[in-house]
Design a protein. Sequence first.
Length: 258
Amino acid sequence: MKHSVRRLCQCLLLFLLPLLLSCGSEKKRYVIGVSQCSEDVWREKLNEELRIAALYYNDVDLRISSANDDVQLQTEQINKFVDEGVDLLIVAPGQVSISPAIDRAYEKGIPVIIFDRRTRSDKYTAYIGADNKEIGSSMGEYLAGTLTDGGRILELSGLSTSSPAIERNNGFDSVVQCRPGISIVEHLSADWTEQGAFRTVDSLLSEPHNEFDCVFAHNDRMAMGARRAAEKHGLNLEHIKFCGIDAMPQKVGCSKSS
């Protein structure tokens, strides 16, 4: 994601430059609202770099909010930014259902940058994010090359209504389904968090279930949660691969950066 962070900061500067150059001798302050859907290591890094980018200008106020994976809260935060009349809105949508609030901002003439996740609408000024379908298929190719003797995969998706989960699932499944000897024996959904993944896999392992020798989690936090649950239930961790996406600082087992 580090390349996406850099692109967003560059895009922010490009949006700000014409605004500030057009103000002439007026001392107007420009307000940028940032709506983060969640909190994690790389989002904290993004916020830090946005603050650094905003420091290049004396007439810019950067306001950052986080919804902590609460769709209703994020909707309220976006609507508040719109009511305050921000000059630029940057949003990482938690789920596609957040679209109406973003549409409202766009329809009021506020430039909107969608970051990381998509909405179900095309009412935005720019989108910056990874190709999540390609990320999913890349992980499928990676595991196909690693599990040369075949493998049983537990796929742990993020929120089923978030665009990265949908796209990563489609990309991964499209590859794995064409590889003899490799099968997805369980397909579960969590909430992108380590604790949510722990609860989901803990529940699975507490009852009769299909055996697996590989966990593909849609992000590294969930891979860590799945590993904790497997350890709790006494599974042999040396015989299970735990693979995630997004390059978390801790080593999970295998990880692919997006």
